[in-house]
Design a protein. Structure first.
Length: 242
């Protein structure tokens, strides 16, 4: 059984509340108090999860330098889901929005995108296994536990996955400077929004596989939004379709 240690209040709350995977133990810093701690302990005990109060040194060792906030959970690694499995979980493909990440290497950016996706109706995130940040404890903390609310698919080849999704009826929209301005885009669902890296944007091959390139009109002289902010804006526009 593969396990991981996740940290932060929000992450611990979401992992316990979502119930998508087995939680082996909740760790709290000895001396932590307050209503939020009491609620977290009550939630853990309601789920049958043992609670350990331990010293800061133990938490720091388990968190490997991460900002644990005095709270950690030991949990099974999330179950793997593939493209076909994620499609089968959708209740209505005509109201389905996915996101594909092409070169997002910053775990904080990945976490922010996952958080926005979960808040705005995106049901699946596609992550390439290479040249991409992984779903590490740091990324999950940045997502405030939102990774528990959607599917994350790790794929060997993003472009081959895009081709497969097009065959399944998905429309592919790539975010790219110089693309069609967002207010002019008439989105068709199911859709995949492909988000490139802040430095170089979409890879050339990925860009070729997109049905349409889209951009966010900007004012004020700032050259570009970061990937997390840009993704949230597009997700919000798409959420109006579902």
């Amino acid at each position: 059984m593969a396990i991981e240690f996740l940290y932060g209040f929000n992450t611990a709350e979401e992992v316990l509340a979502a119930g998508r995977r087995r939680v082996l133990r909740l760790y709290l810093s000895r001396g932590e108090g307050g209503q939020r701690v009491r609620d977290l302990v009550a939630l853990a005990r309601d789920k049958g999860v043992p609670v350990d109060f331990c010293d800061q040194r133990t938490l720091e060792k388990l968190a490997r330098g991460g900002n644990h906030q005095g709270v950690m959970v030991e949990a099974e690694m999330p179950g793997k889901v593939d493209v076909d499995g994620a499609i089968a979980l959708e209740k209505d493909l005509k109201k389905t929005i996915w996101a594909g990440l092409d070169g997002i290497t910053d775990p904080m950016n990945l976490g922010a995108i996952i958080r926005s996706a979960a808040c705005l109706g995106v049901s699946t995130i596609i992550l390439p296994e290479r040249r991409s940040a992984g779903l590490t404890p740091t990324a999950q903390k940045a997502a405030s536990g939102a990774a528990e609310r959607l599917n994350v698919i790790e794929v060997v080849n993003l472009n081959q996955t895009i081709i497969k999704l097009k065959e399944k009826g998905f429309w592919i929209y790539g975010m790219e400077m110089g693309g069609k301005p967002l207010p002019q885009v008439d989105f068709t669902l199911p859709a995949v929004i492909v988000i490139g890296s802040e430095g170089s944007g979409l890879h050339a091959k990925t860009r070729e596989h997109c049905d349409e390139l889209i951009s966010i009109p900007q004012k004020g002289g700032v050259e570009s939004l970061n990937a997390g902010n840009a993704a949230a804006i597009v997700f919000y526009e798409l959420s109006k379709k579902i």
